[in-house]
Design a protein around this ligand. Structure first.
Ligand SMILES: Nc1ncnc2c1ncn2[C@@H]1O[C@H](COP(=O)(O)OP(=O)(O)OP(=O)(O)O)[C@@H](O)[C@H]1O
Ligand SMILES: [Mg+2]
Length: 492
């Protein structure tokens, strides 16, 4: 690393950068330096992830770390780069995209495997097109908090180590300030990386990429008769599990373009996302999505559509189209099974009974008809007993008769389940805290005035969302009326 002054703790010697992605070769990326931001300051640091990455706490709090994670200096051994990818956006082939504002620093080896470290918002790259290479404070705080919220919920995701800010101005609909989120993931490779090399007829590079992904992340596929079909099947299964997790949690992603689909089945690119407030299956969280392509209830089908694009991109590596189609089939069984398993856990059902599918469907139907707050319903249901009056749950419904009929059906089902076992299962699967839009908005408003304490408070709550956190019930309440007027678009 560059020399540091006496006041700054030396960079930990354990910070050894590996540059796995570089081994793919120059067709896959452009080496470049991040663009510095003036007078950077910390917005928030994620000490838990820092520990997992092997960063010493006193170093992580130093000026040297601040400069490194803002992109103002580059560590020895790190080879910063931006990768090239393409993709389908809102159902249309968009051609070449790439890391227009994300710069990969390299990977850190941890006890739980290699983690790539990427700066989002660290300046222009050859793939920036018309963009400025920057990210604004507002969207960076949202990405930081939601990444860790998803991790806390047990949903596969890219992680976020810290957010740094600067008073440098960035133009969006209005003038805002710049920020950088440091992300971590085993890999940031997207479906769009494969599409890029396939659509540009670079089939040797397509094979190199597929082999790299198989070797590093899906080694079992190498043993299969058709390794590339096996890869497609494995990615389909991971994506199916991801969609089940999103749907069960009431998470809307908002921009499920193929360039925002992780080859590892991680949630990636936190833009206009939203956790549902009132349960509305057709809810559209992205103000720019006028057609509702990425509405909550469309997500599982869109994921399949995106997998189909991945399958098409992989075709040059397969002998027949049927191999790709067969590989995609797994999604159609894994997704519904995974969703049922998650919904059974939310209902507190440790085993499977034939009537459970109908119970889950009835629950969704009832929640939709009554526009019930999704998170609050499930958390209150944790203390439901057939014997009690269960007013706390019933009060959420205006159609009391339908609720009573549902409660009878549910009571009959849970009569055979140990009450302690059920409560335990439910409290681990029905979070008290999710990152509702208004919570993020309040923290962002304070952060714009340089009060970052709200970001840290939310981070703590969201990292263990199933815990009670006494004294913080106001973060688990209904959204205020003004929350309905928050419009989140692609602008970030
Ligand atoms: N301000 C910007 N400057 C340069 N490129 C941008 C900017 N905003 C978006 N892009 C690029 O536009 C494309 C689509 O953007 P999208 O919103 O999906 O991604 P993103 O939010 O920038 O990043 P990621 O997917 O890495 O989280 C990507 O190639 C992205 O890098
Ligand atoms: Mg993106």
């Amino acid at each position: 690393m560059n020399p540091v002054t006496d006041e700054q703790p030396a960079d930990p010697t354990s910070l050894k950068w590996a540059n796995h992605f570089v081994s793919l070769g120059p067709d896959f990326y452009t080496e470049l330096q991040p663009s510095p931001l003036p007078s950077a300051y910390w917005i928030s640091r994620n000490l838990g992830l820092a520990r997992e990455l092997g960063l010493e706490q006193n170093w992580f709090e130093s000026q040297a770390a601040l400069e490194l994670f803002t992109g103002n200096r580059v560590a020895d051994g790190s080879l910063p780069l931006a990768s090239v990818y393409s993709g389908h956006q809102f159902g249309q082939w968009a051609g070449q995209l790439g890391d227009g504002r994300a710069i990969l620093l390299g990977a850190l080896e941890t006890s739980s495997g290699s983690q790539e470290i990427q700066l989002k918002g660290a300046g222009r790259t050859p793939y920036s097109r018309m963009g400025d290479g920057r990210a604004v404070l507002r969207s960076s705080i949202r990405e930081y908090l939601c990444s860790e919220a998803m991790q806390g919920l047990g949903i596969p995701t890219t992680r976020a180590l810290c957010v740094t800010g600067s008073d440098a101005k960035v133009r969006r609909e209005e003038i805002e300030t710049a920020a950088v989120v440091t992300r971590a993931a085993p890999s940031f490779i997207r479906f769009g990386h494969f599409e890029h090399f396939s659509y540009t007829d670079q089939h040797a590079q397509l094979k190199t990429l597929a082999d790299y992904v198989i070797e590093r992340f899906y080694p079992a596929c190498r043993e299969a008769a058709q390794p590339y079909a096996a890869l497609l099947e494995a990615v389909s299964e991971r994506t199916a599990h991801l969609m089940a997790a999103w749907q069960a949690t009431g998470f809307c992603h908002g921009v499920m373009n193929t360039d925002n689909m992780s080859i590892l089945g991680l949630t990636i690119d936190y833009g206009p996302f939203q956790f549902l407030d009132a349960f509305d299956p057709a809810h559209i969280c992205n103000h720019s999505d006028t057609q509702g392509r990425y509405a909550y209830n469309k997500q599982p089908n869109i994921a399949y559509w995106n997998l189909f694009c991945l399958g098409q991109a992989l075709l040059p590596l397969m002998e027949t189209q049927d191999q790709a189609l067969a590989a995609l089939e797994s999604y159609k069984t894994v997704f519904p099974e995974a969703l049922q398993a998650r919904m059974r856990a939310k209902l507190g059902l440790p085993d499977t009974q034939p009537e459970d599918t109908a119970l889950v469907e009835n629950t969704f139907r009832l929640l939709a008809a009554n526009k019930v707050d999704y998170t609050i319903f499930w958390r209150r249901l944790c203390t439901f007993t057939p014997q009690s009056g269960h007013e706390a749950v019933r009060d959420l419904f205006f159609d009391r008769e339908s609720f009573n009929a549902w409660a009878l059906q549910y009571s009959e089902r849970i009569a055979r389940v140990d009450i302690g076992l059920r409560a335990d299962l439910m409290l681990k699967n029905n979070p008290k805290f999710v990152l509702r839009n208004h919570l993020g908005e309040e923290a962002i408003r304070a952060a714009k005035l340089k009060d970052f304490s709200g970001v840290d408070t939310l981070l703590t709550l969201l990292q263990s969302p199933f815990d009670e956190h006494p004294g913080h019930d106001s973060f688990a309440g209904f959204p205020p009326d003004w929350a309905a007027s928050i419009e989140i678009s692609c602008s970030s």
